[in-house]
Design a protein around this ligand. Structure first.
Ligand code: DGL
Length: 258
């Protein structure tokens, strides 16, 4: 089955590009359209109703561009809105959730840490998953302020280091051996996080798993593109400077109101 329509990917801002990169690396012939709803970031402090409404707005934009499937490259939007999206739209959705399972199953100390937004950690979906791992102590930490600093291009600021230290030190003291990054913005913090964590603590994010799941959906449900090396498109509804720089200035970014 061939299908040359694009794969849509959205996030509250630029963080989902960490997921987009994994998809683009695995499926370079697929046309991708990335939507950064930076005007409304961060989603992490919003109510479920607001997150559902914003997610639907993003989906409507991507469907106008004929996307064959949509990747919700945002843990906050997935854990709060994917059920509603699946109920309301007739295309397959791929979501991203904190990777508790591989961390809990491989942990030797039976203590793992999760850094995510308030919206993700408070969601029913996240809590149902966490309940399945009763033998593991899960230390949950809201990453207050991190997304905003990333969106503002302040990745390497002293303020970022200070926040990360305050969130990670208690986890280190509690003897975690896995840290789950439960927000698609956070993989951009890995170099900084590695400076704080001792070497034996593994960092897990879900980018590659989402890319493989996207490949499965194309194989089973919507079809692969037969184009060669498609050029991705990027849309943002606020200043495009930070998105451009996180993409290493390799791609055009279109600023548009949506
Ligand atoms: N990148 C998002 C996530 O994975 C949302 C961050 C936010 O907007 O608060 O949760």
């Amino acid at each position: 089955m061939t299908n040359n329509n694009p794969i849509g990917v959205f996030d509250s801002g630029i963080g989902g590009t960490s997921i987009w990169k994994a998809i683009h690396d695995l499926l370079p012939n697929e046309k991708t359209i990335y939507l950064a709803d930076s005007k409304n970031a961060p989603y992490g402090q919003k109510s479920k109703e607001e997150i559902v409404a914003l997610s639907k707005k993003n989906v409507d934009f991507l469907l106008e561009m004929n996307c064959k499937t949509i990747v919700v490259a945002c843990n906050t939007a997935t854990t709060n809105a994917i059920r509603e999206l699946r109920a309301d739209y007739d295309i397959p959705f791929i979501g991203i959730e904190p990777a508790i399972k591989p961390a809990a199953n491989n942990s030797k100390t039976q203590v793992i840490g999760i850094l995510a937004t308030k919206g993700t950690l408070n969601s029913e979906l996240f809590n149902k998953t966490a309940e399945m791992f009763q033998n593991t102590t899960i230390i949950e930490q809201v990453g207050y302020g991190l997304v905003q600093l990333i969106e503002d291009g302040n990745l390497n600021s002293p303020e970022m280091t200070q926040l990360l230290e305050s969130y990670l030190k208690p986890m280190i003291d509690a003897n975690i051996d896995y840290l789950v990054l439960g927000c698609s913005h956070y993989p951009y913090l890995i170099p900084q996080i590695k400076k704080i964590l001792p070497d034996h603590i593994q960092i897990i994010d879900s980018g590659e798993a989402v890319a493989r799941q996207t490949q499965n959906i194309l194989r089973e449900k919507v079809g692969f593109s037969d184009a060669k090396n498609s050029i991705p498109e990027f849309y943002v509804n606020s200043n495009p400077t930070v998105l451009k720089s996180i993409l290493d200035h390799k791609y055009d970014v279109i600023q548009k109101d949506f």
